[in-house]
Write a protein that binds this ligand. Structure first.
Ligand SMILES: [Zn+2]
Length: 297
């Protein structure tokens, strides 16, 4: 059974007609998926016949850079863990989820090596196979959260280690930590290796409206409207966890920041967040393009 079939296998209780960009498509969907499948399955046609190709190429480049950049930061796990991005299909028919082919090292990802996976979990762009757990987790999250255009899952050392503790709470003890005030969801219900799309749906429900998921006994997920946002959240969450874990290792009491200052900082961070994220990601892009221009291949 395809992943999309599994997603839809529970009772289809209603039908819906979608009209994105003039196209009309009717599906029978469970309520939780209304509007989510629309992003993936609609026969959206661009006014400019070539724009979907350009958008697909641009998205591939952004995601390839993110793999290379996180590898440089040593936040990767060899050929495991995954970053994904929704974008227009190169064919012009709907959207695909871009993801790394199973077995490729993050330091070797290029624009063309990324796979495009359709709503059924099938590879429709590129050569290679998508890892089952990658598709299960990421497809479920993308389908269930329209805001999560980019989803990054990694076992970063300090954030993952914090998630191994009985109390995995990110404490408001460093300036960077305050950026994440009320933005982290915690999943204490480790379910083993993810080989069913149900796990992706479960994680999406735990994540809710937040953009960071602490997967206890496993790793972390960050999500964002853009690659730059998900990337920046991944990097700085790891830094916040690093400072906390090092401070906790002293065995001395942590000095947390007062609530009113936490809220103030959080609002300040939000105001400039996208601009800072773009600057951070663009700086890494320059470094990678200079050192490894094959990322554009
Ligand atoms: Zn994992």
């Amino acid at each position: 059974m395809s992943i999309a079939s599994k997603l839809l296998s529970r009772r289809s209780v209603c039908s819906v007609t979608l009209m994105p960009n003039g196209a009309v498509t009717t599906y029978r969907l469970r309520p939780i998926l209304l509007g989510q499948i629309a992003r993936f399955s609609c026969e959206a046609r661009s006014p400019d016949p070539g724009s979907h190709v350009q958008a697909n190429r641009a998205a591939r480049f952004e995601l390839a850079v993110a793999y290379r950049a996180l590898e440089r930061y040593k936040l990767h796990e060899g050929v495991c863990n995954h970053l994904s991005l929704m974008c227009p299909a190169a064919s012009g028919r709907g959207q695909v989820m871009l993801i790394i082919p199973h077995g490729q090292h993050w330091s070797q990802v290029t624009r063309s090596s990324l796979l495009g996976v359709d709503e059924h979990g099938q590879v429709v762009e590129g050569n290679g196979q998508a890892e089952t757990s990658a598709v299960s987790i990421h497809l479920g999250l993308h389908l269930c959260n329209q805001d999560a255009r980019c989803v990054m899952h990694a076992h970063t050392p300090y954030a993952t280690s914090l998630g191994l503790l009985k109390d995995p709470s990110l404490l408001m003890c460093h300036q960077i930590s305050t950026r994440f005030h009320n933005r982290v969801a915690y999943d204490p219900g480790y379910q083993g290796m993810a080989y069913e799309v149900e796990e992706g749906r479960r994680l999406a429900s735990v994540l809710g409206s937040k953009d960071i998921l602490m997967m206890c006994n496993h790793g972390i997920i960050t999500s964002g409207r853009s690659v730059a946002m998900a990337f920046d959240l991944m990097y700085y969450l790891e830094r916040a966890c690093m400072f906390q874990m090092i401070a906790m290792a002293t065995g001395k009491q942590l000095n947390t920041i007062p609530d009113d200052m936490v809220k103030y900082n959080c609002e300040v961070f939000k105001g400039d967040e996208e601009d800072y994220a773009n600057k951070h990601f663009n700086a890494m892009k320059d470094i990678i393009l200079n050192d490894s221009p094959d990322v554009k291949n």
